[in-house]
Design a protein around this ligand. Sequence first.
Ligand code: KG4
Ligand code: ZN
Length: 335
Amino acid sequence: MGLVLGIETSCDETAAAVVDDQLAIRSSVVESSLEVHKDFGGVVPELAGRAHVATIGPVVRRALEEAGLDPLAPELDGIAVTSGPGLIGSLLVGLAAAKSYSLAWGTPYVGVNHLEGHLFAPMLEQPAMLWPVMTLLVSGGHSMIVLQHAAGRHEVLGETIDDAVGEAYDKVARWLGLGYPGGPVIDKMSMEGTAGSLPLPKSMTGVGLDFSFSGLKTAVVRGTEKRPDLSMSDVAASFQAAVCEQLLRKLRQAIDGREVQGIALAGGVAANSALRAGVTALADDYGIESHLPSMKMCTDNAAMIAAAGHYRLRHDGPSQLDLSALPNWQLADVR
Ligand code: KG4
Ligand code: ZN
């Protein structure tokens, strides 16, 4: 199979990309409607959907042109579109676009799970990965430890029982009045602060591989109420250290006793500097590879959807035209 066009509209990014069967990226265009949501402290679904409607056509056109294809009749072998999980109204825009292109060009299309897309992101930059790989998939909506036996073959070993990591960052940032999204700001502020200035509880100390972040978030709120003298950067550094401690401890527990050749990070929170440093040190400690996607591969993009689409088209074949969006589609249900 040659070229696949990927389309991603599950949240606030409208993205399109063309990826070949060696997973080389021919083009990748991402437009974000984040500016529209900033004043609301989070993504407003209705506004995100409207932005996708206005942006999807031009974004797809640009992705095709930048890949050197005729935007009216591109020579593609497939179209891959995120069909879940995500915001229903946003997913439907991408899905309707993919079906229309599929009909107009006579090109097969396939619905792809957004989280499986994130799992393919590190492969776009490091195609020759040694398997199995233990992946920490951390974003604004999801936090999980996934054992990848090979590309497209994954097993969810643990996940958050309450907030996702990015969500906890965003909530703490909102509490501190730092705006949205909170992750990048807290990450930056942490560098100026001292971890441990604000004592925080250790969460999920048992043997299970699930995470919990809502207790930590509440502890930050209570702690800062009691210690108004603490600087914002000390609070940020303490929170970031506690989050990373839990994530890295669970990763270690997941790797112990399993034959693993590498550790990968995926999802928006994979951009976190402390987490990246921690995963690199962990992989060195085990003498295995670390796969840290570049910043643009951490956040939502369509190249990762096209990459997953190559695999799904080969293994499952195209989707039918009556496919609908699945806003709560679990990664564990993708086989
Ligand atoms: O994967 P993503 O772009 O969108 C979702 O599918 O959720 O992730 C966005 C999340 C936001 O919660 C944002 O605060 C967080 O990733 N994030 C970070 C950093 N950069 C983005 N969290 C911690 N540290 C960062 N540097
Ligand atoms: Zn995502």
